[in-house]
Design a protein around this ligand. Structure first.
Ligand code: NAP
Ligand code: ZN
Ligand code: ZN
Length: 346
């Protein structure tokens, strides 16, 4: 065991505080990563505050990890000391079920092992990336291509893959009209990636405050959902809507914005239910779907795609003592567009 620095949440209500945690010895298939940057995802906040259920504390969040390999186990073949690597939302899965065998480890039938707050193989609780080092089995570590700096790469490990995967699966590309609901961490990546795929992108944000940014990131159109005319004007417009909103919204009014056979894919994960009016679906053979992160192979594809299209996240790098303030700003939708912790400040 090695003792490393970290920032942890002591309870569902307390501020995150500086602490130390133990990382396991590097096993034959393990990699020791010197974490350089860790993104702050809204899921970190949902988790530590208990929105999704009770947690075991102290809890170190962080599943947007970018760093450098400093040690590899004797049987490791995929990565070498000095490599630039990333770790996302999961650090293991059963590797045997039908979904794992398809490379969709996030949908492992036995449950993937989350990067934090999950029971690891040895029975310990995993601790995440707000930390200086982490030990991860090589199959759940991806390569960060040259050409993407580690700070802007970190958010790709969750916000990037969570939006790339449904955009890819539902065929965003030339001739497709895609709307992105919510311009936060996930939303801004969805705009960049959908635009790079060739789709015509529209942002649906609560207000027009971030319109200039949205257009600069690659959207052609930008509307405020606080204005009721938006819903009349855009009725029947989109092939695909990606909903990234962290709170419950009136899904039925967004479904009305889909064209025939269109799909609204929910990636936002509010604790509250998302009620749907049946007529909003049947009136246009529409689909209401969901999507969770992406598999390891697809995460590597996403990183290679982002490198090819020169896409990174728009970030605000913060020191560890600003984590609690950053949480409050994310909750107030005051993020442009991802907070990233410089782990040297831990
Ligand atoms: P974020 O940075 O806080 O962005 C969410 C955006 O939603 C905000 O910036 C805001 O955009 C909009 N919004 C917030 N509250 C709203 C409200 N009450 N009504 C309407 N719009 C609202 O969060 P994030 O990190 O992108 O994560 C978004 C959600 O996705 C979270 O629930 C998170 O847990 C979930 N998530 C899911 C997956 C997955 O695998 N499916 C992966 C990662 C995260 P505007 O200011 O533009 O309106
Ligand atoms: Zn996340
Ligand atoms: Zn499995």
């Amino acid at each position: 065991m090695t003792t490393v620095k970290a920032f942890a949440s002591p309870s569902a209500t307390g501020d995150l505080v500086s602490t130390t945690i133990e990382r396991r010895e590097v096993g034959a298939h393990d990699i020791l990563i010197d974490i350089k940057f860790a993104g702050i995802c809204h899921s970190d906040i949902h988790t530590v505050r208990g929105d999704w259920g009770p947690q075991q504390y102290p809890l170190v969040p962080g599943h947007e990890i970018a760093g450098i390999v400093t040690e590899v186990g004797s049987a490791v073949t995929k990565h070498a000391v000095g490599d630039r690597v990333g770790v996302g939302c999961m650090v293991n899965s059963c590797r045997e079920c039908v979904n794992c065998l398809k490379g969709e480890e996030q949908y492992c039938l036995k449950g993937n092992v989350g990067t934090y707050g999950a029971v690891d193989r040895d029975g310990s609780i995993t601790q995440g990336g707000y930390s200086t080092h982490v030990v991860v089995t090589e199959d759940f570590v991806v390569r960060i291509p040259e050409g993407i700096d580690l700070d802007v790469a970190a958010p790709l490990l969750c916000a990037g893959i969570t939006t790339f995967s449904p955009l890819h699966h539902w065929g965003a590309g030339e001739g497709k009209k895609v709307a992105v609901v919510g311009l936060g961490g996930l939303g801004h990546m969805a705009v960049k990636i959908a635009a790079a795929m060739g789709a015509e992108v529209t942002v649906l944000s609560q207000s027009l405050k971030k319109q200039e940014d949205g257009l600069r990131l690659g959207a052609q159109h930008y509307y405020a959902t606080s204005e009721p005319e938006t819903f009349e004007k855009l009725a029947g417009s989109f092939d695909l809507i990606i909903n990234t909103v962290s709170a419950s919204i009136d899904i039925s009014s967004y479904l009305q914005l889909l064209s025939l056979d269109g799909a609204l894919v929910n990636v936002g994960a509010p604790a509250e239910p998302l009620p749907v009016n049946a007529f909003a679906l049947i009136g246009g053979r529409r689909s209401f779907a969901g999507s969770m992160i992406g598999g390891i192979r697809e995460t590597q594809e996403m990183l290679d795609f982002c490198a090819e299209h020169k896409i990174g996240a728009e970030i605000e790098v913060i020191a560890a003592d600003k984590i609690n303030e950053a949480y409050e700003r994310v909750l107030a939708s005051d993020v442009r567009y991802r907070f990233v912790i410089d782990t040297a400040t831990l």
